[in-house]
Design a protein around this ligand. Structure first.
Ligand code: TRP
Length: 454
């Protein structure tokens, strides 16, 4: 169904064909490397259970309320991030708040496409049997040699960005909705199989306890900031991506209900992956400080303990590549929507230039695990620095602006009216309003400042 959008916009905008299509596509955008790669990595680096608990608290306190706000803003503004602000608060400087997330997606993609490039390399390594029969130590060495080389990461990343741009050119419904429907159930099914296998390893229990039992002695504000950053990253918040999805939502859809379903699915995949990867750290005697290679070492080690491991491994990395692709499409879409709708560029040209720009800035990111490993910014290598800067700083700032805008400039009353169009009820409207006006901005601002100074 192609609907004529709101008054004042000359162009037609596509709308989602069905509620299920929207949820699956949005879950497809939200579930990606953030859940399967980043979540276990930050849990391991931040001491396990206490981090998981803080993360869950942030999901309810910050994540779900902001997702509701962003979807509502998007549907009401019906357009790209900059235009949403300009349309809902005409003549103000708020459109600048929209520019900033559009720029932020560059940095996220600079990390994202590098990791997705590794995933592509692992599809072929699994297929070629290179990971078969290796133990965890050998898999560690393999990861270092792959990511330490220049050719494989750069090639994988180029291929990934090219496919991402091509999907955006094909269009929102045809491109995204179809993939979301097919792939999400596949990933979840495979993860369930790996979960069951993991539970039968000897020594798995201490890993589960480490994952689930909070030990607050290791807790600091930087842990809280990491948790907030992870929620933003995983829920695709703070950057207008969810807003763009909301702009394709039909009037009659129930925004709070949809937000809850999307969030539960996203958290579910993260926890499931955590319950596989974290206990395997203990089973295979790896250090929690393993870093970004964590899943590329633990998961193949699990696959090698299952009959036909090579096949499981190939299929899993293939599905993960698709999950990364649907997420990257939503990331790049933020910029493409801006360039086409604001500057009048063709979709083709906008996607091409964006992908090329990201490729160029992410070459140093890709090389930071090898040739450029020695370069440190604020004590982090280029990869970790960009990840920290984008996830823990830019995303929370973008989310803070979106939430202040909703709570104080546009106003919760208008937002609630927008949600209740077409007869939808919103039982928790009071709670949501208080969260959006007071608690969420204060909590995010407080954690941001304390996390940075501590
Ligand atoms: N949420 C996705 C993931 O977990 C990544 C992602 C897609 C994203 N779009 C985004 C993150 C927008 C931040 C902003 O892999």
């Amino acid at each position: 169904m192609i609907g004529i959008s709101k008054k004042g916009s000359k162009k037609e905008r596509e709308e989602w064909g069905s509620r299920k299509g929207f949820i699956l596509a949005t879950v497809g955008s939200a579930v990606g490397l953030g859940n399967v790669w980043r979540f276990p990595t930050v849990v391991a680096e931040n001491g396990g259970g206490a981090f998981v608990l803080v993360y869950l608290a942030m999901v309810f306190l910050v994540g779900i309320p902001i997702m509701i706000a962003e979807l509502t803003l998007g549907r009401s503004g019906g357009s790209n991030v900059v235009r949403v602000f300009r349309k809902l608060a005409p003549g103000s400087g708020w459109w600048l708040a929209g520019l900033f997330p559009a720029a932020a997606s560059f940095f996220i993609l600079a990390i994202y496409s590098v990791v997705a490039g590794w995933v592509l390399v692992y599809i072929f390594s699994s297929l070629a049997g290179l990971t078969s029969g290796l133990d965890a130590g050998e898999l560690s060495a393999l990861f270092s040699s792959i990511t330490g080389s220049a050719a494989y990461p750069l090639l994988g990343q180029a291929v990934f960005l090219f496919i991402t741009a091509a999907i955006v050119v094909v269009g929102v419904r045809k491109g995204i909705e179809r993939w979301g429907k097919i792939l999400m159930p596949g990933i979840i099914l495979l993860l369930l199989v790996f979960f069951v296998r993991t539970m039968f390893f000897e020594g798995v229990w201490s890993g589960i306890v480490w994952f689930l039992k909070p030990d607050f002695s290791a807790f600091t504000y930087s842990t809280a900031l990491e948790a907030v950053g992870q929620v933003f990253f995983s829920f695709s918040l703070g950057m207008g991506a969810i807003m763009t999805y909301g702009s394709y939502l039909p009037r009659e859809s129930n925004i709070p209900g949809n937000s809850l379903s999307i969030s539960i699915a996203d958290v579910g995949v993260a926890l499931l992956t955590g319950l596989i990867v974290i206990p395997s750290l203990f089973v295979f005697g790896l250090s929690p400080e393993t870093g970004p290679g964590l899943i590329f070492i633990t998961l193949p080690a699990i696959f090698n303990s299952i009959p036909f491991g090579m096949l499981w491994s190939t299929v899993f990395f293939l599905l993960l590549a698709f999950a990364a692709l649907t997420s990257a499409v939503s990331l790049i879409q933020v910029q493409v929507a801006y360039l086409t709708e604001e500057l009048g560029w063709s979709k083709f040209f906008a996607a091409l230039i964006t992908a090329l720009g990201i490729y160029l800035i992410s070459i140093p990111t890709a090389l930071s695990q090898g040739a450029l490993a020695g370069i440190a910014l604020a004590g982090l290598n280029i990869f970790d620095f960009i990840d920290f800067f984008a996830s823990n700083l830019l995303l929370p700032l973008g989310g803070l602006l979106a939430v202040i805008f909703t709570g104080w400039v546009w106003g919760v009353r208008k937002a609630v009216t927008e949600m209740k169009t077409a007869g939808n009820d919103f039982k928790l409207q009071g709670v949501w309003s208080v969260l959006v006006r007071f608690l969420v901005p204060l909590a995010v601002a407080y954690i941001l400042i304390s996390g940075l100074v501590s």
